[in-house]
Design a protein around this ligand. Structure first.
Ligand code: KG4
Ligand code: ZN
Length: 340
């Protein structure tokens, strides 16, 4: 059966819609990004949901138009219903329910993290099972054992900050605007990824992640070097050199942390055939290359979205998950909730 899925994603600050079908894969994909966070230094929930309320219809309409389709052509509406900002999730979920109800289509609630976990399939449809998946973004960081479509288990998660959050918070500490990740990568590249400050790595690593300790370690290291005033919370050295050295040391440290976890996971799950690396932090080419090399050296294939828009929040991954759920006959009731 040819399922044609309209996917909708509004869990954080993006408003996104996509069409995915059994016959042709991804037909269209629209993302409206607010970018207001650069101005406010983070995501402002109320501003997100209000913009989504305004943008959801034109974004969905554009996705249909690009796919040369009408609502009647769709077989089901898939929507991110958790986890995320409640106001934002309500916009997407209510819109999806209304469309599905009015047009008598099936509704499919998709977990945002499941969307990320399968996002590498958008470009690489034949990733073998079982495989490991590391998903790392500003809101979440976890490792999954993936046995099949929709069949996955969390084997490690962050006990405090997410990896992207570490880049953003430490970036802010050294005066880099939000989001810190891309700026830190750029500076680290200029430094040839040298490790100047040797920030601490876990002595007894587990499969769980913890990035808040790293943030404190960087702070105290800066203070020890006389570059940060802990009392007044101010950076005392605004030089490019310091920003570059912290950026480079931090990126190498975080890549090492991922490798440490991966080493443990490959040992604990020797049957896995591949590794996928997804989420906003997977935009980072240094980490991606290190993980690809690490996996391939151990005989595992490696997959990561090559397009940044498939790493960060997007409706294409939601439509993809919606598609296999439709094939599996896993539809949602209209009382679909946004509870975490
Ligand atoms: O997936 P995403 O757009 O939003 C969440 O669901 O959180 O991810 C955004 C996160 C931010 O924390 C940002 O700093 C990080 O991804 N990020 C990066 C890079 N590009 C984006 N982190 C490291 N290196 C990058 N090049
Ligand atoms: Zn996300």
């Amino acid at each position: 059966m040819n399922h044609i899925i309209l996917g909708i994603e509004t869990s954080c600050d993006e408003t996104s819609a996509a069409i995915y079908s059994t016959q042709n894969g991804l037909h269209s994909h629209i993302i409206f990004s607010q970018r207001q966070h650069e101005q406010f230094g983070g995501v402002l929930p109320e501003a997100c949901s209000r913009t989504q309320l305004e943008k959801i219809r034109p974004v969905v309409q554009q996705a249909l138009q690009d796919a040369r389709m009408q609502l009647d052509d769709i077989t089901a509406v898939a929507v991110t219903h958790k986890p995320g900002l409640p106001g934002s999730l309500l916009v997407g979920t209510s819109f999806a329910k209304s469309l599905a109800w009015a047009k008598k289509k099936q509704l499919i609630g998709v977990n945002h993290l499941e969307g990320h976990a399968f996002s590498a399939f958008l470009e690489h449809p034949n990733i073998p099972f079982p495989h490991l998946c590391i998903t790392a973004s500003g809101g979440h960081t976890a490792m999954y054992l993936v046995r099949g479509f929709g069949d996955y288990e969390v084997i490690g998660h962050t006990i405090d900050d997410a990896a992207g959050e570490a880049f953003d918070k430490i970036g802010r500490m050294i005066g880099l605007p939000y989001p810190g990740g891309p700026k830190i990568e750029k500076r680290a590249r200029e430094m040839d990824f040298q490790d100047f400050f040797n920030y601490p790595r876990a002595k007894k690593p587990t499969l769980n992640f913890s990035f808040s300790g790293l943030k404190t370690a960087v702070l105290y290291d800066l203070a020890k070097r006389g570059k940060y005033d802990l009392k007044n919370k101010t950076l005392l050295d605004d030089s490019e050199e310091l920003k570059n050295h912290v950026s480079s040391s931090l990126l190498v440290c975080i890549a090492d942390v991922f490798e440490q976890k991966l080493k443990l996971a490959f040992k604990a799950y020797p049957d896995v055939q591949a590794l996928t690396f997804v989420g906003g932090v997977a935009c980072n080419k240094y980490i991606t290359n290190r993980l690809a090399h690490f996996a391939q050296q151990r005989g595992k294939s490696f997959f990561s979205p090559s397009k940044f828009e498939f790493c960060t929040d997007n409706a294409a991954m939601i439509a993809f998950v919606g598609h296999y759920k439709a094939q599996q006959n896993k539809f949602s009731d209209f009382d679909l909730d946004i509870l975490q």
